[in-house]
Design a protein around this ligand. Structure first.
Ligand SMILES: [Zn+2]
Length: 388
């Protein structure tokens, strides 16, 4: 993504004043939260299930994101991620390259060129399509070994996710964790090491069971606060005897990994940072047409969102953008006879993705620019514009 969007924004969007006014004072910190497959049905299921005020209801700016890929109304995750990361639509299956196979420059790379630290937090493998779109360029998402090599070269300061096999069980027998260590990273393969580290450059490649850890109490009000207390206890324990307090089981992986990444990226970052977070499993529940799973996953997502709202409130020069790469499942709250207190039941129209528009939520500095009907490709261009 190279072309600047400044003048276009100023003339065509309702958020023109906000988008233009940043030019004197760029946004320092950007947090880009992507819910894979999170459409209106998913958000509706949370709003109907949650008694507390959700993080979504705290968002002052709401827009629409039209998620088409270059060759299909219905995008897949590689093309959807590529659009959200690079501002260019590509063919389904392609990742970080245009339809002719030319590599694209992501907004994360642009953040690096502006002197910002960068981070990636996912509850899936680090070489999956959505995170991969921010640092890789391949013609097939299946090239996970190649994507892992590109991750090593990415310059990302902090990454937490899963997917060790692409780094060590490779056809070329190269151990990419050693390559990361050579580049100055600490590499951690368990959660407790991630929690304890003070290193400003690290990669956590955790077991899948860790990154899929669900907050079993998420139905209870205040679950997000509980997660924060747990992390705070763990972080405090670093100063004393770290080995004693790790029984504070981190049950909300996404929120806690996000908190750890933010805490790390904040250090020695005079030009701010760019953090991309993906909640990947909403998509899986959509594919499986699993109503209960999707609602639980949305509660997890909401816990992270609430945490981020609080973070932005405490760090005013921060922009938070929340959207999805596409909708999954044709998810809706269809009519049925609900008795009192019965959980919301979603209905699904497909096992695949759909081309239905998805929501955008924005909070913090420069947020007004996202209150419009946008193409997926507009979003990273707007972020770039606000960072400059
Ligand atoms: Zn999917």
């Amino acid at each position: 993504m190279i072309k600047t969007f400044k003048h276009g924004i100023c003339t065509i969007l309702l958020g023109a004043l906000a988008a233009c006014s940043h030019q004197q004072e760029p946004v320092q910190q950007v947090i880009y939260l992507i819910g894979d497959g999170m459409g209106f049905g998913a958000v509706s299921s949370l709003l109907l299930s949650e008694q507390e005020v959700t993080g979504f209801e705290m968002q002052p700016v709401i827009g629409l994101n039209e998620t088409t890929s270059a060759n299909n109304y219905v995008t897949d995750s590689p093309a959807g991620g590529t659009a959200l990361a690079t501002g260019t639509r590509t063919n389904n299956g392609y990742l970080g390259v245009d339809p002719d196979g030319n590599p694209l420059i992501s907004v994360l790379k642009i953040a690096q060129s502006l002197g910002k630290k960068t981070g990636i937090v996912v509850n899936t493998v680090l070489t999956e399509a959505t995170p991969g779109a921010f640092y890789a360029g391949v013609q097939s998402r299946k090239e996970s070994y190649r994507i892992a090599e590109q991750f090593v070269e990415s310059g990302v300061d902090v990454a937490i996710g899963s997917g060790l096999s692409a780094f060590i069980n490779r056809p070329d027998s190269v151990d990419l964790t050693a390559a990361l260590i050579e580049k100055g990273y600490d590499v951690y393969l368990d959660w407790n090491s991630v929690v304890r580290t003070q290193n400003e450059r690290f990669v956590g490649i955790l077991p899948m069971a860790d990154v899929h850890r669900r907050n079993t109490t998420s139905k209870d009000a205040g679950a997000a606060d509980g997660a924060e207390v747990c992390l705070a206890a763990q972080l405090a324990s670093q100063q004393e005897d770290a080995s004693e307090k790790t029984d504070c089981d981190p049950t909300t992986y996404l929120t806690q990994a996000t908190a750890k990444a933010l805490q790390t990226l904040e250090k020695n970052s005079p030009n701010g940072f760019f953090l991309m977070i993906e909640s990947a499993i909403i998509d899986g529940y959509g594919h499986n047409n699993d109503s209960e799973g999707m609602i639980l996953e949305m509660k997890e997502f909401d816990a992270t969102l609430k945490y981020l709202v609080k973070y932005v409130n405490e760090h005013p020069n921060t922009l938070l953008v929340v959207t999805a790469d596409h909708e999954t499942g044709g998810t809706a709250v269809g009519y049925r006879s609900h008795s009192d207190g019965e959980p919301v039941q979603l209905t699904f129209s497909t096992k695949g993705h759909t081309g239905t528009v998805v929501p955008i939520f924005a909070y913090g500095k420069g947020a007004q620019a996202f209150g419009a009907v946008l193409k997926n490709t507009d979003i990273p261009q707007l972020i770039e514009d606000l960072m400059r």
